[in-house]
Design a binder for this molecule. Structure first.
Ligand SMILES: C=Cc1c2[nH]c(c1C)Cc1[nH]c(c(CCC(=O)O)c1C)Cc1[nH]c(c(C)c1CCC(=O)O)Cc1[nH]c(c(C)c1C=C)C2
Length: 533
């Protein structure tokens, strides 16, 4: 990374806006790199962690139920996950890290068919035959045969749906499969999401080979090089964590697909925040009302403070209001989607269909979907098929029989753009419909007990065999959408920040960083902290 950003002077001040994982890790790296810098974190709420939130419910029988209210697993292929593991090691939380093997049952993924059945994404010959025979790929195969003969078009960003319609001559692949995948990452709409941002390799294949199939074959012949460690991680090892060895860590993680934290992902922001206590000035309940990066001033409530650098990790639409700068407002504005998350817990394993265990299922755009369901995570399977990584080597594939079921319904996303976001009893009705339609869980056979942020479950609940706990939250504007034109916007934001503000402000978080995942946000924090330190 070529640094054009001016360094913070000795004993300088940095303001971090937001105590989510982006603000915390940025402060953590900066603190390690430059202990002389005085860091102030402004957080409008009273807690750290942002979208990462783990809830513990105490039951009367002495047991505990952990519910993840936001992100919960981290993919090992992501460089940011290696970084997170090293931070957790430094903070003494190694015992929290649980890993899932790649060939684990809990790594299986499903698509919801129009007849409300789960169709396995192929993981064996049998499931491949079933997948191909399901009808889901009929028009896809037709489109693929003609794909090499379709002409390529002048390069201009377009939506994922437009790209595949052009290459395949129909929408079958997009509507039946790709739309589901992007429901499971962005909760987004393939008709809006940018192919350049989401599938740059596909765009490149078309550009250089004129066809995706021809390009893929050429790539196979030339072979692919293994991933190299990014420069930021090398600098991290040199400047922040000299005992870290990412190559060794990669070796240890061979065969492991994802990790989770035993007491919930919130353990991570909590541990980082605890390590910063005493050396960083946390201002909880502080509403920032105005920012002027050209003078470094931050207005909070009624006072104004001056800083050498401002790090914003908040929603960029909110940020643009704080900047009160029309030119920035236009480029910073992004579409965000809201996701309704419903955590469901039963004492008996009655939700996840027998023989269809796995990570969960996704709902493609072609599915008739009145309730706007995007997908469902099988949390109890993930829990049952993960082992501590650094205590004992993983002995083999865990296959604990689940004595309970825990799943999370992910609802809304881009579907809510064209409809009213439901509230209160309507949300509960939608959840009931999903439970009945897909899982055959009916209010007549089960006792459905709802919890929302305004009405929490009582302390020490006594849970009966037929009780179904349902805890839901609406995460408003939680995922920015990398829609058509996003790359251009991102480049413009970066050049305006340099020309107007001399880079005295930088952006973290999901909007204009390295991606929407937690590991992406942590990598972005590291990259920018290295730049100004
Ligand atoms: C149904 C909705 C969602 C599910 N997860 C997310 C949403 C909106 C959020 C999410 N999922 C992923 C990321 C990226 C993080 C990262 O890559 O580090 C985010 C923000 C990862 C992801 N999840 C699925 C896929 C295919 C991916 C990308 C790559 C991979 O891990 O293979 C699948 C998936 N997500 C959800 C379900 C139920 C599901 C599959 C069955 C939930």
């Amino acid at each position: 990374m070529i640094s054009k950003v001016r360094k913070v002077p000795v004993n300088g001040r940095v303001a971090v806006i937001g105590a989510g994982i982006s603000g915390l890790t940025y402060s953590y790296f900066l603190r390690k790199l430059r202990p002389d810098i005085k860091i102030t974190i402004f957080e409008s709420s009273r807690r750290v962690g942002g979208w990462i939130s783990s809830r513990k419910i105490d039951l009367k029988d002495g047991s505990e139920v952990f519910l993840e209210k936001g992100p919960r697993t981290l993919r090992v292929v992501s460089d940011g996950t290696l970084l997170i593991i090293d931070i957790l090691k430094q903070l003494g939380a190694t015992d929290q890290i649980y890993g899932m093997k790649k060939d684990s049952v809990a790594n299986r993924k499903y698509l919801l068919t129009n007849t409300n059945e789960l169709l396995a994404v192929p993981y064996s010959t049998k499931t491949a035959i079933r997948f191909l025979g399901s009808g889901i790929v009929n028009d896809v195969l037709k489109g693929l045969i003609l794909e090499p003969f379709r002409s390529k078009r002048a390069q201009r960003d377009e939506s994922v749906a437009q790209f595949f319609r052009r290459r395949l001559g129909n929408d079958a692949l997009t509507n039946n499969i790709i739309s589901a995948i992007y429901h499971g990452i962005y909760a987004g709409d393939v008709a809006q999401l940018s192919v350049q941002s989401l599938m740059p390799k596909m765009v490149e294949l078309e550009k250089t080979h004129g066809s995706l199939l021809r390009g893929a074959m050429a790539k196979r012949k030339s072979g692919t090089k293994g991933p190299v460690l990014p420069d930021t991680l090398i600098q991290y090892s040199q400047k922040i964590s000299p005992n870290s060895s990412f190559e060794e860590l990669k070796d240890q993680l061979k065969g492991i697909n994802l990790i989770r934290l035993q007491d919930g992902l919130e353990t991570f922001p909590n541990a980082v925040a605890a390590s910063l206590k005493g050396s960083v000035d946390f201002r909880f309940g502080s509403e920032v009302t105005h920012i002027d990066p050209s003078t470094g001033s931050v207005k909070v409530d009624n006072g104004v403070e001056k800083f050498d650098h401002i790090r914003s990790t908040i929603n960029t639409n909110k940020l643009s209001e704080l900047l009160q700068d029309d030119e920035m407002k236009n480029v910073l504005s992004l579409d965000y989607v809201s996701v309704l998350l419903a955590n469901i817990y039963t004492k008996k394993p009655v939700i996840i269909p027998e023989g269809q265990h796995g990570f969960g299922f996704l709902v493609p755009k072609s599915h008739p979907n009145e309730e706007c369901l995007l997908g469902t995570i099988f949390d109890s399977d993930i829990e049952n098929y993960t082992d501590p990584i650094f205590q004992n080597a993983i002995q083999g594939q865990f296959s604990k029989t689940s004595t309970y079921n825990k799943v999370t319904l992910m609802i809304g996303g881009h579907f809510y753009n064209d409809r009213n976001v439901p509230s209160g009893k309507i949300i509960e009705k939608k959840i009931k419909n999903i439970l009945q339609r897909i899982f055959d869980i009916r209010g007549t056979d089960y006792n459905l007990i709802f919890e929302n942020p305004a009405e929490l479950f009582p302390d020490k609940m006594a849970l009966k065999a037929n009780d179904v706990l349902i805890s839901y939250n609406l995460h408003e504007n939680c995922i920015p959408q990398y829609n058509v034109g996003y790359e251009q916007k991102k480049a413009l934001v970066s050049s305006l920040i340099a020309s107007k503000y001399d880079n005295r402000i930088s952006l973290g978080g999901m909007a204009f960083g390295e991606g929407v995942g937690v590991p992406d946000c942590v990598m972005s924090s590291l990259g920018h902290a290295l730049e100004i330190a």
